[in-house]
Design a protein around this ligand. Structure first.
Ligand SMILES: [Zn+2]
Length: 295
């Protein structure tokens, strides 16, 4: 059985596909699952699906020629990107395969004899009989084969600290950082220069947890509300990673975010106060919150 790891959520509503972008928790869960199966392994071959070759931001022949005989040193995450660090089999010459799966990217680790899906973009054969396949049914994923991440990946050098490093940075550093921004809270949390890894879904959840309305301006926050935000971020992110890893259906292509409190729950009942959950914006990219218990 192939291990298929959807890094994103997808919904079927009125027959129309609605997808949402993977954010820190989805990619972190993916990293936790994929990492031990890849780290330290030697790449023995790489192939690119000619029909999807346009998705590589790098000459295809080079990609297929340069990956083999390299070792995957580590799998990490930066913001909404998965980062495969590689070096030559004998060491040295570091180079990174960086992927932001966007709406339709998927990773599959499978035995070489498992048929390759039509959505395959590239396949990396790992020593032994395993293959790591990157699949994309929306052709939106961003794939970089880079020697200098800051130069070659747009926005990389502007990324703020990881959103899951907030607890470690402490309230004082967090407060100082927070006060440099003027955005409304919803935009602030999605701003990758403030913190990397949070997007439309988890910003709703963090603000619900902190009991703050999304359109509040940052400057309107009292010190106690800044602290509520500081505390809410790690709570929401940790809980989400745990929920995703605990989901036995995670391997299915329809990953769900049913563990969420307000995001995508417009019109439903608030789990905290019983008020009706509000929705602004489109069904595609909703902004959900509760007027009953968020101030
Ligand atoms: Zn409520």
């Amino acid at each position: 059985m192939p291990l298929s790891l959807p890094p994103q959520s997808s919904r079927q509503t009125s027959g129309r596909y609605l997808g949402s972008m993977p954010e820190l928790p989805e990619l972190e869960a993916l990293r936790i699952r994929l990492g031990p199966r890849l780290e330290g392994r030697l790449i023995t071959a790489a192939t690119v699906n000619p029909k999807k070759a346009h998705m590589l931001r790098y000459p295809v022949e080079h990609f297929a020629n340069e990956l083999p005989a390299r070792r995957i040193v580590s799998l990490s995450r930066r913001g909404k990107h998965l980062v495969f660090a590689t070096e030559l089999g004998g060491g040295g010459s570091e180079r990174w395969l960086v992927i932001n799966p966007m709406l339709g990217g998927r990773f599959q680790i499978a035995d070489g004899d498992v048929p390759v899906p039509a959505t395959e973009v590239f396949t990396i054969r790992i020593e032994g009989r395993q293959e790591l396949r990157y699949l994309d049914f929306r052709d939106m994923g961003r794939i970089y084969w880079a020697t200098d991440l800051a130069r070659e990946i747009p926005g990389w050098s502007e990324l703020g600290p990881e959103a899951d490093s907030v607890a470690a940075m402490g309230i004082d550093v967090f407060r100082k950082r927070l006060r440099r921004f003027r955005d409304e809270l919803k935009d602030l949390l999605r701003n990758q220069e403030f913190l990397a890894g949070i997007g439309n879904a988890y910003s709703d959840e963090v603000l619900f947890e902190a009991r703050l309305l999304p359109l509040r301006r940052r400057a309107s926050l009292k010190p106690s509300e800044e602290e509520a935000l500081f505390l809410a971020i790690p709570v929401v992110l940790t809980r989400a990673v745990e929920a995703i890893l605990a989901n036995p259906n995670y391997e299915e292509s329809k990953q769900d975010r049913s563990f969420m409190a307000v995001h995508m729950k417009g019109g439903k009942t608030c789990p905290r106060c019983g008020h009706r959950i509000s929705q602004l914006g489109s069904n595609r990219e909703p902004l959900n919150f509760c007027r009953g218990c968020q101030l």
